[in-house]
Design a protein around this ligand. Structure first.
Ligand code: PBG
Length: 332
């Protein structure tokens, strides 16, 4: 696009910034509660909530409390709640069998929410880390995260989640070939309408620290995730990953983390035009909250600005721990 700008004073770009009305008319992007996916941490127990120290304002919720949260989300017009299980170390194992237990924490939470809150879509996380004794997203053999065996496990896990009623599956593991394997298994088992939001361009990021605390994986993780998650220095590779996952049957794609990777969001949207989402991850949330708590920034304003930035970068929606707060402000 070649901008046509007359020389000043014929053109004065400030004319359209003069009043709130003119600014509203010229506004290119909007943020609405419908853009939000709310990640929620679930745990065992009854009527219980537990704060996560590195994510002030975010709590792990027992399933009954997660149902209440889902009702709140629906009443705020948030379309999707995304579940992450905080698993007890007693269910973590070398081969992650709990991941495809039809009655594991995540699947029980999905059923409870789908039963009680028809007006919300449930998204689930397809990755082994909450169930893995060593904290990795894949099965480890002789110190190597083995791809194809992990894909088999993820496929079982995905089927159990679809069976529990998940509307959207979110494979966040970064193994090769998992989207095609999961999509084929869903088709073969009568879940042709279950959507896949692939964590297609997921970087090996240091911004995930608080999340790993939240799901109880930080203590367990040995080493790093650099053999499967992307190198933060790469951009073309993200396009190849997105192309690959779309060709294998992903309905939507995600870029993760969010704000530090808006250039990737824009490239992905421009290149493919597919439904594109970003994850404003735990470390991003923690930074905004921490500065807000210190009084160093206007937290609400920074929160809203950070989310609008995703829309400007071409995203169709955002996973954010701020979702209910944002929706409340937008609904006012
Ligand atoms: C793991 C997973 C992670 C996040 C979502 N799913 C962490 C990781 O890859 O180690 C991070 C989310 C966040 O930081 O908010 N499957």
């Amino acid at each position: 696009m070649t901008p046509i700008v007359a020389p000043t004073p014929l053109s004065r770009l400030r004319r359209l910034r003069r009043t709130p009305q003119l600014r509203a008319l010229a506004q290119e992007n909007t943020l609405s509660p419908a853009d939000m996916i709310w990640p929620v941490f679930v745990m065992d127990g009854d009527d219980h909530a537990e704060p996560i120290p590195s994510m002030p304002g975010v709590q792990r919720l027992s399933i009954d409390r997660a149902v209440v949260a889902a009702k709140e989300a629906a009443s705020l017009s948030i379309p999707v709640i995304c579940l992450f299980p905080y698993t007890d170390s007693s269910v973590k194992a070398e081969f992650c069998e709990e991941a495809w237990n039809p009655d594991n924490l995540s699947n029980r939470a999905t059923r409870a929410i789908k039963d009680a809150v028809p007006g919300i879509a449930v998204m689930t996380d397809v990755a082994l880390d909450p169930y893995n004794a060593n904290g990795h997203d894949g099965i480890v053999r002789d110190g190597v995260i083995v791809n194809d065996e992990t894909v088999e496990a993820l496929t079982r896990m995905a089927l159990a989640q679809a069976e529990a009623g998940a509307d959207i599956l979110g494979p966040s593991d970064m193994m090769d070939g998992r989207i095609g394997a999961i999509r084929t298994a869903l088709e073969e088992n009568g879940y042709q309408d279950t959507a896949i939001l692939s964590y297609a361009a997921k970087y090996a990021s240091s911004f995930y620290g608080p999340f790993r605390d939240a799901v109880g994986a930080s203590g367990a993780l040995t080493g790093d995730k650099k053999t499967y998650q992307m190198n933060p220095a790469n951009s073309d590779e993200a396009l190849r990953l997105v192309a690959r996952d779309l060709s294998e049957g992903a309905d939507m794609v995600m870029v993760k983390p969010g704000l530090p990777y808006l250039d990737i969001c824009r490239r992905v949207k421009d290149e493919f035009g597919a439904p594109t989402y970003a994850y404003q991850v735990s470390g991003e949330y923690a930074m905004i909250r921490a500065a807000g708590q210190q009084g160093w920034i206007n937290e609400d304003a920074v929160m809203m600005e950070s989310l609008m930035a995703f829309k400007r970068a071409g995203c169709d929606g955002v996973l954010s721990y701020f979702a209910p707060r944002v929706a409340k402000i937008l609904n006012e």
